[in-house]
Write a protein that binds this ligand. Structure first.
Ligand code: GP9
Ligand code: MN
Length: 635
């Protein structure tokens, strides 16, 4: 064919090369600017430049297998999808400081529900991510300029050989930088840094398929293995604190405090307390000031899962959406057998985080969600019903509950991007770091505090208070690493990995009317709440498959494991992402060797927990239980 006579714009090879360059430049720009990847050396920088090439050639080259008539359109579709994947990650990263995984994507409903949150994550200069799509689109679709991508077979073969070659070089350099990269990966940032965004998604897809086959391949021996581990750990199996049975028969009220980190407790801003009510409440409650969230990508839903099951959430995705039909042995189910009414209250739609399905699995009798509240434009902000009307409107529903009840209240107003729509609700001035989210955080936090105050008042007025124990906890962090600059201003110190881990502390307040309070220094996490609550109620948990320990137990191991593999003890902090070890007393970095056993324990424990969830191992529990009783209980 005589392409010589055609105009330059009609040359397929020119178009192809320019498209590859555009996408390469755009991907590299995003890798360099939109994500925090912590490039540590020249080799890593080189790998980063290289990472997009192989997959771009591979995927764009795919269009060449279409018939000549369809080829240009196919090319455009593939180019658009690749641009979209990149951009979706950019936006996702702005809030979650993380990359999209397939299981998260399948819960796409959450993204559309985000509304206000999503809007503030899209910036005008993001146009940059779409200009190339527009230019190439016009080039491809305008009759006059349409390039003819008619390559010889040999050229196509060369494109694929180049894709393979670049891929192989990328992979071997990545392996050299980080041995066993593909086997040990709870760190998505490392994967993206060393493989690029597209290869990361290929990897993620393979992992998704792999984990969904794990249930089929699992067998009951694996459960025995997990039980042996749990039994061997200090205090894990049935350790009882001095408060065992002290709240027998009482109602249990759980309050999930949205995005509430522990640093707000007793914090003053412009001379005013940010959480005046909670500050008073901790005076006559058990206040745990070394308590951490253990959540991952599943955020609020992870915290709910962890608290009800004393199992960890998953390394990728939200267990609420990936394993909603597993067999569990959750607190609501256990309490139902004890005559309790387990319910949940939340002013958002019932399918968010797949709660409508998962709650049934966990044994909740009823979910009071959006449909059962009177929702107007005035009483909503961001996701839905504001916290004060939420608590107010919940009260008549509480009144109807058969006692004793196990009732969870999930607050929502203090959610990114921390919006309030009523001027009179702004009970404290924003902070002035110049970082809008951080500045507004204190205002929505102050509002949330007011709502809890109201709730306690209403519970007293309705006569529920004295027969109830209250467990208030922060669900997960609110301010991500992306806001370190502003946070260092707020805390008046540099945020190193040490401080970052400390910022994962969330408040835990256990308020038992009539009982004196005290501050509890023990290091724990959400994972410990199930055994703690059940013990307070005097319920035995022999041979239970759970990873937490009663926070009141004397002999408990003083530690918690975070979902990324980090560990906190009373003496040390192991920060997994940066692989650093710190002494808590001096706050200084120390030899990694000291943290090695902690790191290994975390890996092992998380692996066992994942085994239980992926393999749906609790379906074997009944047969194991019989065996367990024969062996004798270990408590
Ligand atoms: C939505 C609320 C917020 O119902 O629980 O979820 P989050 O984004 O914090 O996981
Ligand atoms: Mn939340």
């Amino acid at each position: 064919m005589n392409i010589g006579s055609k105009k330059l714009l009609n040359k397929g090879w020119l178009f192809f090369i320019i498209a590859v360059l555009f996408l390469w430049a755009k991907s590299y720009y995003a890798l360099q600017n939109a994500f925090t990847l912590n490039i540590e050396n020249g080799l890593q920088q080189f790998i980063l430049v290289l990472t997009p090439v192989s997959s771009i050639l591979f995927f764009l080259g795919f269009s060449l297998f279409f018939s000549p008539k369809r080829r240009n359109k196919a090319f455009l579709v593939i180019y658009f999808i690749m641009s979209f994947v990149l951009y979706a990650n950019v936006v996702y990263f702005r809030f979650f400081n993380d990359f999209i995984t397939l299981p998260v994507l399948m819960q796409y409903k959450n993204f559309t529900d985000l509304g206000g949150s999503t809007k503030s994550l899209v910036h005008p200069k993001d146009m940059l991510y779409w200009i190339d799509v527009l230019v190439l689109g016009i080039w491809l679709l305008r009759k006059k300029t349409q390039p003819a991508m008619e390559f010889r077979k040999r050229t196509v073969a060369m494109i694929y050989a180049a894709a393979l070659g670049f891929g192989a070089v990328n992979l071997s350099l990545a392996e050299a930088e980080r041995p066993q990269l593909l086997v040990r990966t709870f760190d998505r940032a490392k994967l993206v840094k060393l493989l690029g965004i597209y290869n990361y998604h290929i990897y993620d897809s393979v992992m998704t398929v792999k984990s969904s086959t794990r249930r089929v391949l699992a067998d009951s021996n694996e459960l025995t293995e997990v039980l042996n581990y749990v039994n061997s750990q200090q205090g894990k199996m049935g350790a009882k604190g001095e408060y065992f049975g002290k709240a027998k028969g009482k109602n249990v009220v759980l309050v999930s405090l949205e995005s509430t980190q522990n640093f707000v407790i007793n914090k003053k801003l412009h001379g005013k307390e940010v959480t005046p009510f909670l500050n008073d409440l901790i005076e006559d409650s058990f206040y745990f000031n070394n308590f951490y969230h253990n959540t991952g990508q599943g955020k609020t839903s992870d915290s709910e899962f962890i608290i009800d099951n004393s199992l960890y959430g998953l390394p990728r995705g939200a267990v609420f959406t990936t394993n909603e039909s597993n067999e569990y042995n959750a607190t609501p189910e256990i309490l139902k057998d004890e005559g309790y009414t387990p319910v949940s209250f939340h002013g958002n739609n019932d399918s968010f985080w797949n709660r409508d399905i998962m709650y049934k699995t966990l044994g909740y009798e009823h979910f009071y969600s959006q449909e059962e509240y009177n929702i107007t434009e005035e009483n909503t902000v961001n996701y839905g019903l504001k916290d004060i009307p939420f608590f107010k409107q919940s009260m008549p529903m509480v009144e109807k509950l058969e006692e004793p009840y196990y009732a969870k209240f999930i607050t929502m107003t203090n959610h990114y991007p921390y919006l309030l729509n009523d001027k009179d609700m702004k009970m404290i001035e924003p902070a002035n770091t110049g970082d809008g989210s951080v500045d507004r955080y204190f205002q929505t936090m102050r509002y949330q505090d007011e709502s809890i105050k109201k709730f306690f008042q209403l519970m007293k007025e309705q006569g529920e208070y004295k027969d109830t124990i209250f467990v208030l906890y922060g669900d997960h962090y609110g301010i991500s690493e992306n806001h370190n600059r502003a946070m260092s201003e707020i805390l008046n110190k540099e945020i190193r990995p040490f401080e970052h881990i400390q910022l994962q502390k969330v408040p835990l307040i256990i308020h038992i009317p009539g009982m004196e309070g005290k501050t509890m220094e023990t290091v724990g996490g959400q994972i410990d709440l199930k055994p703690t609550i059940l013990n307070l109620l005097g319920i035995e948990q022999n041979n239970a498959v759970q990873f937490g320990t009663d926070l009141f137990a004397e002999n408990r191991a003083n530690m918690t494991i975070l979902r990324d593999g980090s560990v906190v003890t009373d003496q040390y902090i192991y920060a997994a992402e940066s692989n650093k070890c710190y002494d808590k007393e001096t706050q200084e970095k120390i030899n990694l060797k000291t943290c090695k056993p902690l790191k290994e324990k975390a890996e092992k424990e998380l692996k066992y927990s994942d085994k239980v969830v992926y393999g749906d191992l609790l379906r074997y529990k009944d047969s194991e239980q019989k065996e367990g009783t024969n062996k004798g209980n270990q408590s």
